[in-house]
Design a protein. Structure first.
Length: 319
């Protein structure tokens, strides 16, 4: 019995030391990631006008042409009197709502090949930090399921970084089950290499209340191109063991097929739910992804009717 206890104590010490080393490494990295996020956020904000969209509010936003089928009371007769067309006066959308962010911090996100600028984890955190900064500056509230309650605080980056640093819970790939409000939006940033059954269950739970969402698959270039040849050992970072290929290049065709099938299944699920699906490679600038996400946040789900017009779909775009 004492031998069993000593072994358990030794394992606990080893686990504690490993966790401490990972925490220190993350603590050393976060300041750089935060600075990078702020730089990217400032670049994006400089070229945008916040999140102004037509909707209920008191401030004038724009005039647009009157569409057949709309109530006549919406016509702005003073503006319409200037020429032969009828115009509708649109107001700026002012209702702040909550955007839930989920940056995947599971072990598989630490991967970085020689072709990438950042690891998947670093890119994921930079985009999440920058998006939080932009949203709060636009008057929105930002939260992280199971980690940080929604906040509109101007120091949201510091709050988010501290929450991550002091998080001692397990790092799952997908967000935990929770019930966002029907007006909330959810952004899930992950490599999405989880089994499709888990992805399908998670997305179904998240949209059960009617919340709208966006999924972003962060991938390393090597995960797309499979540039391996000869004898290679592949190690699954989340407890799945390892496998050795004698001639790795012979696996490429089947690998490409499986990746394409997995993505097609994710896209089919997000299409069914009215969510967006974006693929982002870590050898591309983070600003590309941030601009794409910013444009989609607050936009109506694809297929929704807006003033008699059908909203455009944005699924499957690569950023």
């Amino acid at each position: 019995m004492p031998a069993v206890k000593r072994r358990a104590d030794k394992e606990e010490v080893g686990a504690t030391q490993h966790a401490n080393a990972k925490a220190r490494a993350l603590a050393e990295t976060l300041p750089r990631l935060i600075l990078e996020a702020r730089r990217i956020a400032a670049t994006v904000i400089h070229g945008l006008h916040g999140r102004k969209r037509a909707g209920p509010g008191e401030n004038f936003w724009q005039y647009r042409r009157f569409l057949s089928g709309e109530p006549a009371r919406r016509v702005d007769w003073r503006r319409s009197a200037r020429d032969e067309h009828l115009y509708v006066r649109e107001q700026e959308w002012e209702a702040a709502h909550t955007v839930w962010l989920w940056p995947d911090r599971s072990p598989s996100m630490a991967f970085k090949s020689t072709q990438a600028q950042d690891s998947k984890l670093e890119r994921c955190l930079v985009v999440a930090f920058a998006l939080a900064e932009i949203l709060v500056q636009a008057g929105e509230r930002v939260g992280v399921p199971g980690l940080m309650r929604p906040t509109g605080s101007r120091n949201v980056l510091d709050k988010l970084a501290n929450a991550i640093l002091h998080d001692v819970t397990e790092r799952p790939s997908l967000p935990p089950s929770f019930a966002p409000s029907a007006l909330a939006e959810i952004v899930v940033i992950s490599d999405f290499w989880s089994p499709m059954a888990e992805v399908r269950t998670t997305l179904s739970q998240l949209c059960a209340t009617g919340a709208h969402g966006h999924t972003v698959q962060i991938v390393d270039p090597a995960e797309e191109t499979f540039p391996y040849s000869g004898r290679v050992e592949f190690i699954e970072p989340e407890g799945g063991g390892s496998i050795t290929a004698g001639r790795a290049e012979t696996w490429k065709a089947e690998y490409d097929t499986r990746v394409a099938r997995h993505r097609a299944e994710i896209r089919a699920e997000t299409d069914k739910l009215g969510w967006s699906f974006t693929i982002h490679r870590t050898d591309r600038p983070a600003t590309e992804l941030l601009l794409a996400l910013h444009a989609r946040l607050g936009a109506p789900p694809p297929g929704a009717m807006i003033g008699g017009r059908l909203s455009a779909a944005s699924h499957g775009r690569r950023a």
